[in-house]
Design a protein around this ligand. Structure first.
Ligand SMILES: Cc1cc2nc3c(=O)[nH]c(=O)nc-3n(C[C@H](O)[C@H](O)[C@H](O)COP(=O)(O)OP(=O)(O)OC[C@H]3O[C@@H](n4cnc5c(N)ncnc54)[C@H](O)[C@@H]3O)c2cc1C
Length: 477
């Protein structure tokens, strides 16, 4: 049996490896000259940056992938715990260091507002329940397969108002301290969504970070891509780069392969779309308007030389003065905020020393209007102003590379540059993402952040497990 995978992102590579391990012949077609998709790398002036993910959660999911293909994770990549989790700075000048470990964190919370210790416990309790249910159902199989009666019964125990209500309102109901509120609100942005619009089930995100830790990878996260690509090539997966797929070929019954932009065709028993699922219609020559407002957020990323660094932690967050106003601008006005919250990742080379470069990111809306040079300049200025107030002064030469929604859109063929496919606003969007198997074209499958169960590196690997299982299961049925 032969599968063709459209896109060599993390999800595409993981699916290819899993299918190969089950005896499939696999061809991966990646439009870019390099593999990895959004898990990308940039090098300049002896500095090497991850340009995409900077934080890994649920490392066991990565281990599962290697185990599934008969390897040991430790033989390929070294995961390193990130401690403390983050250093949070607020516009008032206050800051909160978030240690790894729930007991340590509870004492920090207790000093800020003793009554919030219970609130924090409550938020983690909701997150834990959502996680435990999802670990058996949502994270492990396609939304097309119905849950068992026992699993459905378990949903009865989800506290209704807390889990199914609005994320921000739930946080605000349980947490009094304004700084702690902002810290918890920010977790919704891990999947490119606004805390003011998504359901409280996303409390699973802070729970996962507490329960399984925050991780980095020695040599940078791109080492994961290198390791998967090496394994895939060694095992005979055909990895074609600079190979953009222009169309999915089909007969009236099913998908039969792909046609590349250079005109070459690849015939296959299964076609797996790893690019943004919203772009599939175009490959099928169907006209479908993609609504920019339904997309998850994009970002503005600055890769900087740290000529003067007072960053004390691997992850540092500089909050805007008014978080609600920032999200109003992002999701209602749909423009880059005048005062953005800026996240910095400055990987620790050793426990004491940081590398001499850092990655700074602010959320940006995914909008249909192209980003002009002026839009990019204004966004960089806004990021700079926020960092200035925190004593980090970036001059022109310090910024080595800039990513913005227009560039994300172009580089990864991601409509409007959104990073996580559709947003998770409303429980329907949060739960009902593109299913892993096409509803209307046999032989067509989806994998990756824009499809079930959602974006972020571990979730993408879960998606690959589900999709490879469906492809192989359907062929053997
Ligand atoms: C700035 C940034 C920060 C992030 N931070 C984190 C983080 O800290 N932690 C975390 O877990 N996640 C993070 N993410 C998200 C994470 O990177 C993604 O969820 C994940 O890498 C997506 O993998 P994927 O396989 O779904 O898709 P992608 O990485 O998008 O790969 C899809 C690939 O398909 C290719 N493609 C698309 N269409 C075609 C076509 N027609 N023909 C051929 N090729 C095609 C694209 O070029 C691309 O290479 C971040 C992402 C970004 C951009």
């Amino acid at each position: 049996m032969k599968a063709v995978v459209i896109g060599g992102g993390l999800g595409g590579l993981a699916t290819a490896l899993r299918l190969r391990a089950r005896g499939w012949q696999v061809v991966v077609c990646e439009a870019n000259p390099t593999l990895g998709g959004k898990m990308n790398r940039f090098a300049r002036d002896c500095l090497v940056f991850d340009t995409g993910p900077s934080l890994i959660t649920m490392p066991h999911v990565f281990r599962e992938l290697y185990t599934a293909v008969g390897e040991h994770l430790e033989d390929h990549v070294s995961f390193m715990p990130v401690r403390p989790f983050a250093d949070y700075h607020f516009s008032s000048g206050a800051h909160v260091l978030c240690p790894a470990g729930i007991d340590e964190w509870r004492s920090v919370v207790g000093e800020l507002e003793p009554r919030d210790v219970r609130g924090v416990d409550r938020l983690y309790e909701v997150g834990r329940k959502v996680y435990e249910l999802s670990a058996r159902t949502f994270f492990r199989r396609s939304p097309l397969s119905p849950p068992s009666l026992r699993e459905l019964m378990a949903f009865r125990f989800l506290p209704l108002r807390d889990a199914w209500g609005n994320y921000a309102r739930t946080v605000e109901r349980h947490i009094r301290n304004p700084l702690l509120r902002m810290i918890y609100l920010r977790y919704a942005t891990y999947v490119g969504s606004s805390p003011y619009c998504c359901p409280a089930t996303l409390l699973v995100i802070p729970y996962i970070e507490q329960a399984f830790g925050a991780w980095h990878v020695q040599g940078g996260l791109y080492s994961i891509v290198e390791s998967l690509a090496r394994l895939a090539a060694d095992r005979g997966v055909e990895l074609r780069t600079s190979a953009r797929v222009a169309a999915i070929e089909r007969n009236p019954q099913r998908a039969t392969g792909v046609r590349l932009a250079d005109g070459n065709c690849i015939v296959a028993d299964a076609v797996v779309m790893n690019g943004d699922s919203a772009a599939t219609a175009e490959l099928l020559d169907r006209k479908v308007e993609i609504d920019a407002a339904s997309r998850s957020m994009s970002g503005v990323v600055l890769l900087c030389r740290a000529s003067q660094s007072n960053l004390r932690a691997h992850h540092t967050v500089f909050f805007s003065a008014d978080y609600a106003a920032e999200f109003d601008q992002l999701t209602v006005e749909r423009k880059f905020p005048e005062d953005p919250t800026v996240y910095i990742s400055a990987p620790r080379v050793t426990d004491e020393t940081a590398s001499s470069g850092f990655f700074a990111m602010a959320n940006a809306p995914a909008i249909a209007k192209p980003w002009s040079g002026r839009d990019v300049e204004l966004a960089i200025d806004a990021v700079r102003r926020r960092l200035d107030t925190a004593g980090i002064h970036l001059n022109g030469e310090d910024v080595l590379d800039v990513w913005h929604p227009g560039r994300f859109a172009q580089a990864y063929l991601a409509p409007y540059g959104s990073i996580y496919g559709a947003n998770s606003h409303g429980w329907r969007n949060a739960f009902l993402r593109t299913p892993n198997r096409s509803r209307d074209l046999r032989g067509l499958y989806f994998v990756g952040g824009s499809s079930h169960p959602g974006g972020g590196t571990p979730t993408v690997l879960l998606s690959a497990g589900i999709t490879a299982g469906l492809v192989d299961g359907d062929a053997r049925a």
